[in-house]
Structures are given as structure tokens and as C-alpha cells.
Design a protein around this ligand. Structure first.
Ligand SMILES: Cc1cc2nc3c(=O)[nH]c(=O)nc-3n(C[C@H](O)[C@H](O)[C@H](O)COP(=O)(O)OP(=O)(O)OC[C@H]3O[C@@H](n4cnc5c(N)ncnc54)[C@H](O)[C@@H]3O)c2cc1C
Length: 391
């Protein structure tokens, strides 16, 4: 088999790249190698689907702004003769709340967000109490509310990208890349787990938390590890006004979902790496001992809830600075790029990243939004480019 472009990993990032590459017909023959069409262990379906402009790094704000517009029109734009997407885009807002110590950073970030066109609003405790009476605010000094943000169903968005990529001629190959054949400065071919070989002109490493395995195939290092993250779904009998996605400095977040709420809180007590049995092991206790007190502190009515479900998976955490790495990642090889290490932001940034990967591969550089600050060079030069405030 021979393709112009071979994408390794067909989660939301690989499939968004495939869609953007193929849609105007200039990319030639494109293949996505993806072992699991059901995406049982991929990160994407496990995500909360939040899309927000509440960042400090300008490129993150700009990517989310592109994505919000893209996701808003996704269902209409991605409709095919035999396929009607429904990604459940809901513009119900984001709210960050912080204590005294986090107020200056929240305000500085708000300045940047609004300068860049976000309709975000700083709210003191009285304003928060008035707008969201269910919130517990004893430990809060300031909030930042961004009403245009929201959330989507990540699995449906992934399927929408994939179906449209296939519609534009992309071939999905159900297999796993096990090695890469390098000649000089070029990856020539990928070997699959059934022994087949795919020759390619250009390769993309979009293998999510498995991206380091692909990097190792060309003797490259990425400062990324799989981090196990769980989410929980609960019902609350008491009436709670329509809330945005709420997040605070503990990392605790939740948002309305169906008749209840979905949310959680990352823990750094688990060593980076793949953890089996996410549902029944550690996280059942973790909800009881850590997550529940945090959500009940934020919404006192959550003291009385019914936990319905716990699930989870792994995301690719960039241990260096928590932001993605995009572009070339080996100084010795010219025809392979990556987009990885999203550390919890890959769903909201997938449209902008898919567009950026298309520009890198077909145009040789960024055309719309310059993402060169997220290049691997910052790792090599030890100059982190991190978010400040709530991550
Ligand atoms: C609990 C939780 C909550 C989250 N909440 C949010 C949120 O609110 N907003 C947000 O934007 N993001 C969120 N995220 C993060 C988001 O889900 C990820 O950043 C995003 O899904 C990453 O997509 P991906 O395509 O890079 O990875 P994946 O979806 O993991 O896709 C990678 C694919 O590579 C394939 N693969 C692996 N090895 C190989 C190989 N050798 N050959 C070929 N293919 C291979 C895998 O099968 C997989 O399908 C959350 C994540 C979690 C876990």
C-alpha cells in the first residue's frame, strides 16, 4: 500500500487532520491507521467536551475561538447524504471561581481574553450569588464567567470528522503501527501489526497517549505521559438553576448533563502510566473521599446526590508545560509531524489543530494561526510556555 499522507491514530485529532487535509482534494491519497473503530480505549470519548476561551496563553484562546464557531455550525456543515451529525453543542458558558490568592491572575487573564474578543465577565461574590444562587462561595473571591463557551459530545464530533474524512476519500485502516522504516532524513514506511507495510510521503503522529511509542520508533522523545483521569455522573433531587461548566482552583469541574451532572477532579496521586480497571478500582473511593466533598463545597445541594456512574481513561499529559506539542519533533527527520500532549484540551482545540496540521503538511507553514510557540523547540531550549491560573 502506498499513500501520500499516513496519519497514525484516528482519534479526534487524527480525524480532524484527515478531514482538513482531504476536504479540498489537494492532499492526494490519505490514510489513517487506527486499531479500534469503536474507540473503547481512546481518550476522546472519555472527555467532558468542554470548549472555552478562559485561557491565559493567546494561542489557546484563539484556537478555542475558532473551535467554538466551527462546532456551532458542525451539524449543518458536516451533514452528508447518509449521515446527520448531532454533536450536542451547548453554549451554556464556563465559570472559573478562585479564592483571594488566585484573583489577580484571573483578572489578568480576563483582560487578555476580552482584549482578544471574548465576552467574559469578572464577577464578585455578590454578583455570583445573584446570578448562580446554588453556588457555595465561602472560599471564593472572584469569578470569571464566559457565556459564549460551552460543550459538545466528543464521540459524536469524532465520528463527524471521521465520516467526513471518509466521504472526501480518506482510507481508515484498522490496524496498529508497530514500527517505522527510516532512510536518511525520511520515514519511508510504517509496518502494521499484521505485517503489512504502508509507504508514505508524509506521516502524522496523532496517537494521543500512545504518541511516545510512535516517537520512540524514530528514536525521538516527547515529554508526554498517559495520565489516568476519571469522570462521574450524578443525580441531584434538589432544583439547581441552569449552571455553566464550573471549575475551581482544586481542578474540580462539573457541568449539567441530561437530568444530572458530569464532572470530577484530576488527581496527581496516581503515577503517570496506563491504569487498568478505571471504573471499579481507585476511583470509587476517590469520588467518595475527594470529589464529593469538593462538589458539595461548590454546590451545597450536592451533599445529597446519587452517584450513577464512574468512567475514565487516559489523556496525554505534557509534563513539560501542560500545553500541546505540534510540528516536527525530531531534528533528524523531515517528513513526520505530531500534535500531541493536549493535557485535557484536545477536544476543544481539535478543529484549530486539524486546520494547522493541514497547513503544515500542505503549505509548509502556518497560514491562519501561528502555533510555532507550541513547537518542540521550547522543550529542547527549556523554555516552558505554560498556562497561568486554572489550567
Ligand atoms: C476525563 C477527561 C476529561 C476531559 N475533558 C476535556 C474537555 O472538557 N475538553 C477538552 O478539550 N478535552 C478534554 N479532555 C482531553 C481530550 O479528551 C483529549 O485531549 C483528546 O481526546 C485527545 O485526542 P487524541 O485524538 O489526541 O487522542 P485519542 O482520542 O486517544 O486518539 C488516539 C488514537 O491513537 C490510536 N493509536 C494508539 N496507538 C496506535 C498505533 N500504534 N498505531 C495506530 N493508532 C494508534 C488509538 O487507538 C486512539 O484511537 C478530557 C480527557 C479526559 C480523560
Amino acid at each position: 500500500m502506498k499513500f501520500d499522507i499516513v496519519i497514525i491514530g484516528g482519534g479526534i485529532i487524527g480525524s480532524a487532520a484527515a478531514y482538513f487535509l482531504a476536504k479540498d482534494g489537494r492532499a492526494g491519497e490519505v490514510a489513517v491507521v487506527e486499531p479500534d473503530p469503536t474507540y473503547t480505549i481512546a481518550t476522546t470519548p472519555q472527555g467532558a467536551g468542554g470548549v472555552r476561551q478562559l485561557f491565559s496563553v493567546p494561542e489557546n484562546i484563539a484556537m478555542s475561538q475558532f473551535s467554538l464557531g466551527f462546532y456551532e455550525s458542525f451539524d449543518a456543515e458536516m451533514t452528508l447524504p447518509d449521515y446527520q451529525p448531532d454533536i450536542g453543542f451547548r453554549r451554556q458558558g464556563y465559570l472559573f471561581v478562585v479564592g483571594e490568592g488566585g484573583a489577580a491572575t484571573l483578572a489578568a487573564n480576563h483582560d487578555r481574553q476580552t482584549t482578544m474578543g471574548a465576552r467574559a465577565e469578572l464577577m464578585d461574590v455578590a454578583a455570583l450569588r445573584n446570578r448562580f444562587p446554588s453556588l457555595g462561595l465561602d472560599d471564593v473571591a472572584l469569578g470569571c464567567y464566559s457565556p459564549d463557551d460551552g460543550w459538545i459530545d466528543p464521540y459524536s464530533a469524532l465520528q463527524g470528522f471521521r465520516r467526513n474524512a471518509e466521504h472526501h476519500g480518506v482510507t481508515y485502516i484498522r490496524s496498529r503501527v508497530t514500527s517505522l522504516d527510516v532512510k536518511g532524513r525520511t520515514v519511508r514506511a510504517a509496518t502494521l501489526d499484521d505485517g503489512q507495510t504502508i509507504e508514505g510521503g508524509f506521516f502524522l503522529n496523532t496517537a494521543g497517549p500512545w504518541c511516545t511509542e510512535i516517537a520512540a520508533m524514530i528514536d525521538a522523545d516527547l515529554p508526554i505521559k498517559p495520565m489516568c483521569r476519571a469522570q462521574h455522573y450524578w443525580l441531584c433531587d434538589s432544583d439547581v438553576e441552569p449552571l455553566p461548566l464550573v471549575k475551581d482552583e482544586s481542578g474540580m469541574f462539573f457541568r449539567p448533563e441530561g437530568a444530572g451532572f458530569a464532572g470530577g477532579c484530576p488527581t496527581f496521586d496516581i503515577e503517570p502510566g496506563f491504569v487498568q480497571d478505571v471504573d471499579r478500582g481507585f476511583f470509587a473511593n476517590y469520588f467518595e473521599e475527594t470529589v464529593w466533598p469538593l462538589i458539595a463545597n461548590r454546590v451545597p445541594k450536592f451533599e445529597s446526590i446519587r452517584l450513577e456512574r464512574t468512567w475514565g481513561g487516559h489523556y496525554a499529559q505534557n509534563l513539560f508545560d501542560g500545553n500541546m506539542i505540534i510540528g516536527r519533533f525530531s531534528s533528524r527527520i523531515d517528513n513526520i509531524v505530531t500534535a500531541c500532549g493536549f493535557s485535557g484540551h484536545g477536544i476543544m482545540h481539535a478543529p484549530a489543530v486539524g486546520r494547522a496540521l493541514r497547513e503544515l503538511v500542505l503549505e509548509g507553514g502556518y497560514q491562519t494561526l501561528d502555533l510555532s510557540a507550541f513547537g518542540i523547540e521550547r522543550v529542547w531550549q527549556d523554555t516552558p510556555y505554560a498556562e497561568s491560573g486554572i489550567k
